[in-house]
Design a protein around this ligand. Structure first.
Ligand code: SF4
Length: 262
C-alpha cells in the first residue's frame, strides 16, 4: 500500500536504487535535479567507456563476442540524451582501449562461473532483524552472481583503487548483499569488485579484484541509511538542501545557482 508523507502529501511506493540514494547523500539538490526534475545530460568519457566495457563483459560471460557488445554500446543508436556521449569524446580511442582490455581479460581476470548475468532485482525494503518495512522498493541490476554465491561488480578505472570511493563502494556492496539476502534467503559468500584498469602509453591494462565480505550488521546499516534518505526525500528535503561540498563532476553545475560554473 502507498504511504503518504504528512508534510508534503507525497504518496510513496517509490523505487529506490543505489544510485538514487548515493546521489541524495552526495547532494539533495542534485537528487532533485536528476530524479524530480528529470534532468538528463550526456555521459562523461569515464561513464560512457564504463557502459561499453560492461556490455562487452555481459557478452563475454554469455559466451559471445565481447567486442560486439562494446561496438554496440559505443556506436549504436541511443534512446535519449542521457545515453549519448558528451561532445568531443573520441569513440575510436575508447574502442581501442576496450580492445586492449578484452585481449588480456581471459588470462588475467579471476575465473567466475556465472549463475546469473546482469540480474535485475526488485525487492521490498525490510529490516533484516526488526522487520520494519520502508515505503519503497529497492531495485537494481547485479552484474554477475556466481555458482559459488559470489556477487561480482565490474568497475572500469584509470588507476588502482585509492579508497577514495570507499564509502560509496561499501554502500553498493552492502545494498546488493541485502538484495541477495532478500532473493535467496542467505548472505552472499563474497562481494567482488572486479576493477578493470585502463592501459596507457607506458603500460597495458590490468585486472585488480577487490574482495569484501558483507555481514548482517553491514546490511542493517544499509537499511538504516536508506531509511534516513527516504524519510528526508519524502519530507521534501531536496531542492532547497544543497550540499556544502560542491562536486566538480555534478551534471547540474552549470545551471545550479549554488555553484554555477564552479
Ligand atoms: S551544483 Fe553543487 S549544490 Fe548544485 S546540485 Fe550540484 S553539487 Fe549540488
Amino acid at each position: 500500500m502507498a504511504w503518504q508523507s504528512p508534510k508534503t502529501g507525497v504518496l510513496s511506493n517509490m523505487n529506490i536504487s543505489i544510485t538514487k540514494i548515493s546521489t541524495y547523500l552526495e547532494c539533495p539538490r542534485k537528487y532533485w535535479y536528476l530524479y524530480e526534475m528529470g534532468l538528463q545530460t550526456p555521459k562523461s568519457e569515464g561513464f560512457y567507456f564504463g557502459s561499453a566495457v560492461h556490455e562487452g563483459l555481459e557478452n563475454y560471460y554469455l559466451g559471445k563476442d565481447p567486442m560486439e557488445g562494446v561496438r554496440n554500446a559505443l556506436f549504436g543508436k541511443k534512446k535519449n540524451i542521457g545515453e549519448e556521449p558528451k561532445e568531443g569524446i573520441d569513440l575510436d580511442k575508447l574502442h581501442k582501449e576496450a580492445k586492449r582490455i578484452f585481449q588480456i581479460y581471459p588470462q588475467q581476470a579471476p575465473y567466475f562461473k556465472p549463475a546469473l548475468i546482469e540480474h535485475f532485482f526488485k525487492v521490498p525494503l525490510i529490516h533484516p532483524e526488526t522487520k520494519e518495512k520502508l515505503p519503497a522498493t529497492f531495485v537494481g541490476k547485479i552484474d554477475l552472481i556466481t555458482t559459488h554465491d559470489d556477487i561480482v561488480d565490474h568497475k572500469t578505472a584509470s588507476g588502482s583503487d585509492t579508497g577514495f570511493f570507499k564509502e560509496k563502494n561499501d554502500f553498493q556492496a552492502n545494498g546488493y548483499s541485502y538484495a541477495f539476502l532478500q532473493m535467496f534467503g542467505r548472505l552472499p559468500k563474497r562481494f567482488i569488485f572486479n576493477f578493470l584498469i585502463k592501459g596507457n602509453t607506458r603500460r597495458g591494462p590490468r585486472i585488480e579484484p577487490k574482495i569484501l565480505r558483507p555481514q548482517l550488521g553491514d546490511i542493517c546499516t544499509f537499511f538504516d541509511t536508506c531509511k534516513y534518505a527516504l524519510d528526508a526525500i519524502l519530507r521534501g528535503e531536496t531542492r532547497d538542501y544543497p550540499s556544502s561540498i560542491h562536486y566538480r563532476v555534478c551534471p547540474a553545475k552549470d545551471i545550479c545557482p549554488y555553484c554555477q560554473g564552479r
